[in-house]
Write a protein that binds this ligand. Structure first.
Ligand code: ADP
Length: 535
């Protein structure tokens, strides 16, 4: 049971802390795992007795990373209900759609999301209770009838016997971001979350023990913050919850004051922190490793953190449907002896399989491809924490008849088992019968000193079917010089990959999970014609 993790943490690592930057005030809050367990039992009593939550009910959260969100993870799953984490960056219409699809009975939300709740509450027919995740001094932010978290638990007993039920019972629900069509729900079970946490605890995976200090910047509304809220208490790791302030200065302050040794998040977050460090001339000497994933690790980011700040950049790959972890990049003993440039090439790969994840790479006909470092194909996975269906029957076409999940990613694996994601199936640029990896092209472009962000998209071309267009956001104050970027790329990528044009954009469209929204770019450039097309 997921509740076993917290019981263990309270007993064996009872004085280890959860430190939160409170989303409602920005002030620092501290509680130990033992205190968190007491409050979680009070919350479990409130859920079952006051809110009448029953086994199998869905209870939603719209919230930042905090000790209260942590307590909700354990109390909701602990009583046998399902914690449905909602991504607040989604369109309110999509949030209404998801809460209705899940038939959520109650919604817990942070004060900064009160405007969303004020706008959607009327339309959410299944929701019987709205709970503001703070105390009543903040109630004026909310227009709809609601309770507050602290009042809800204040008079509740700290006695609660965690029930034991089928380990396959649903414990969590997270929807994919739905950049194409309606979002699809993925259910996690007690079994899948506990096994995922145990697997990520291995020393060559995430492997943070009781001497580590872990700060998940990846939000708890995005694939369980990569499982950190389960793995950290399981191992007695001190947990730092950054709340609503994810800018470079705020993250730096927490890293310094709490001696954070291990952080996890998507590349855009580490780009923001790097800019802050460079501008202010600050350092992050306590940090030993950055777990980075969600999109490819740009080479420039790897070099900056490793060479200048002495931090190990550890790339991982996974997705909502995989709980999320599938592969993680750790050099093999024989690779420790290679020279730096060879090692960098390896570190830019997405890594090797975590025990428990089965993988095959297949061609368009479904034939399995060899792990030879060059045969690219569609990645399929299966295993105890990998979805075998979407919630309530959606997206059946993503699952093969023989039980594999089709990830939608295109990759090859080398003889040592290191996977290289070359693209998402729908982002591959198909030119004259060959495929160009948009990821590799983007990474190469990010190496140009003026480029802050780059996205490569395939645009129709009369002769080649598609050719790459590179959309670039330059760094503040940098010049928008297409020729200089193209010139640079000519030295970095095969000649036929060099984009046919570069377009500049003031602000790259970023989706709800911090990734560049290619769908939006395709919309912006839908009537695009390359300036010089010889038919
Ligand atoms: P969504 O599908 O809603 O964007 P996910 O967070 O589940 O949300 O995204 C999973 C996808 O992100 C993967 O299928 C893959 O394409 C991409 N991804 C994740 N990690 C990496 C990585 N390290 N390198 C390249 N792509 C990655």
């Amino acid at each position: 049971m997921i509740s076993d993790i917290l019981v263990h943490a309270a007993k064996c690592h009872g004085d280890q802390e959860i430190v939160s930057r409170l989303p409602e005030s920005g002030t620092i809050h501290r509680e130990t795992y033992a205190e968190a367990h007491e409050r979680t039992k009070q919350l479990a009593n409130a859920l079952t007795k006051k809110l009448k939550i029953k086994e199998g009910d869905r209870v939603a959260t719209i919230a930042w990373n905090s000790h209260r969100h942590f307590e909700l993870y354990y109390a909701i799953s602990g009583v046998g209900a399902v914690v449905h984490t909602v991504n607040p960056r989604l369109d309110p219409k999509q949030i209404i759609w998801m809460l209705d699809h899940a038939q959520a009975k109650a919604v817990f939300f942070d004060k900064s999301f009160a405007p969303i709740v004020n706008a959607i509450a009327k339309a959410c027919k299944s929701v019987k209770n709205w709970v503001l995740m703070t105390d009543k001094t903040h109630s004026d932010a909310v227009d709809v009838k609601h309770k507050t978290y602290e009042e809800l638990i204040a008079d509740q007993s700290t006695d609660f016997d965690w029930p034991v039920f089928d380990e396959y019972a649903a414990a969590g629900l997270c929807y994919t971001s739905g950049t194409t069509g309606d979002p699809k729900g993925v259910l996690y079970s007690h079994r899948s979350n506990v096994l995922h946490a145990m697997a990520t605890s291995a020393s060559d995976v995430v492997g943070v023990g009781a001497r580590g200090v872990m700060m998940p910047v990846v939000p708890m509304f995005h694939v369980n913050a990569w499982g950190v809220p389960y793995a950290a208490p399981m191992n007695g790791t001190k947990l730092i919850m950054p709340g609503a302030q994810l800018d470079g200065a705020s993250l730096h302050e927490l890293i310094e004051s709490e001696d954070v040794s291990y952080v996890a998040g998507v590349p855009t977050v580490w780009l923001g922190l790097l800019n802050y460090l460079e501008q202010e001339g600050k350092r992050i000497d306590s940090v030993q490793r950055v777990l980075i994933g969600g999109s490819a690790l740009p080479e420039s980011l790897l070099r900056a953190y490793e060479d200048k700040y002495g931090v190990v950049m550890q790339q991982g790959w996974g997705m909502t449907e995989m709980s999320p972890l599938g592969t993680v990049n750790v050099l093999l003993p024989k690779q420790e002896k290679l020279d730096r440039e060879e090692q960098i090439k390896i570190k830019l790969k997405q890594g090797r399989l975590v025990f428990g994840v089965g993988m095959r790479v297949v061609d368009d006909e479904g034939k399995e491809l060899p792990w030879d470092g060059k045969s690219s194909g569609h990645v399929q996975v299966r295993g105890p924490w990998i979805a075998s269906a979407y919630y309530r029957g959606a997206g059946a076409e993503s699952f093969t008849d023989d039980g594999w999940f089709q990830t939608g990613d295109v990759a090859h694996l080398d003889g040592n088992g290191f996977m290289t994601i070359t693209d998402r199936s729908k982002d591959v640029i198909k030119t004259g019968g060959e495929w160009i990896s948009s990821i590799d092209l983007e990474n190469a472009a990010m190496g140009h000193p003026d480029v802050a962000m780059a996205a490569a998209v395939g645009m129709p071309h009369p002769k080649w079917q598609e050719r790459p267009l590179l959309v670039v956001q330059v760094k503040d104050g940098a010049e928008q010089n297409a020729e200089s970027i193209l010139d640079y790329l000519r030295g970095e990528v095969p000649k036929w990959w060099v984009p046919d044009a570069v377009e500049f954009i003031d602000e790259m469209p970023i989706g709800a999970t911090g990734k560049i929204l290619k769908t939006k770019l395709r919309e912006i450039y839908k009537d695009y014609e390359f300036p010089s097309v010889e038919a």
